[in-house]
Design a protein around this ligand. Structure first.
Ligand code: PNS
Length: 160
């Protein structure tokens, strides 16, 4: 069953194997899955938006129904512009739920026609986050299994 266009939004600083697991699951469900990188002036990211987009494009190039784009402003406005009916988000553990519920309900208030769909990433990624990956990379510990090789390489370069 496929239902048109979905958006998978996030910071992706950097893309992890957990994100990619979710993208691969989502790609099977929707005609088009737009991975949308937020250009957030408030946060202090490790990677620039173009760097994050490049890593996402490189690691999803085998998926024909996936596009990577940048957005700023409200997610619901971007979704309207791209004709998306679904926002895709991953929930790893109960601790994610409160934040995700708040966002999903706020987005529903702003645009009632937009549904948020939650998916659960594969078990090996249930404790994985981009924040932890950045921390581990900072101290030079191994990242195998956590991020794709190209991201590991970029992290090493960034940290050196
Ligand atoms: O990966 P993240 O950082 O948890 O993703 C958060 C993101 C990008 C999904 C969220 O911050 C977002 O949608 N920001 C856009 C601004 C917006 O629409 N805010 C209201 C949503 S409740």
């Amino acid at each position: 069953m496929k239902t048109s266009v979905a958006i998978y939004p996030g910071s992706f600083d950097p893309v992890t194997n957990g994100h990619l697991d979710l993208i691969e699951r989502g790609e099977k469900m929707f005609d088009l899955l737009i991975v949308a990188v937020l250009r957030n002036a408030e946060k202090q990211p490790l990677f620039t938006v173009p760097e994050r987009v490049e890593m996402l494009r490189e690691t999803t190039k085998h998926l024909s129904s996936v596009e990577v784009e940048v957005f700023d402003g409200l997610l619901v406005d971007f979704a309207r512009k791209r004709g998306a009916a679904v926002i895709l988000r991953g929930i790893r553990a109960v601790s994610d739920y409160e934040y995700e519920l708040q966002m999903a309900l706020m987005n529903r208030k702003l645009e009632p026609r937009l549904e948020t769909v939650f998916m659960i990433p594969g078990e090996p990624y249930s404790y994985l986050s981009a924040k932890l990956v950045r921390e581990i990379a900072q101290f030079g510990a191994p990242l195998n299994g956590l991020v794709p090789p190209i991201v590991e390489e970029r992290l090493r370069t960034k940290m050196s």
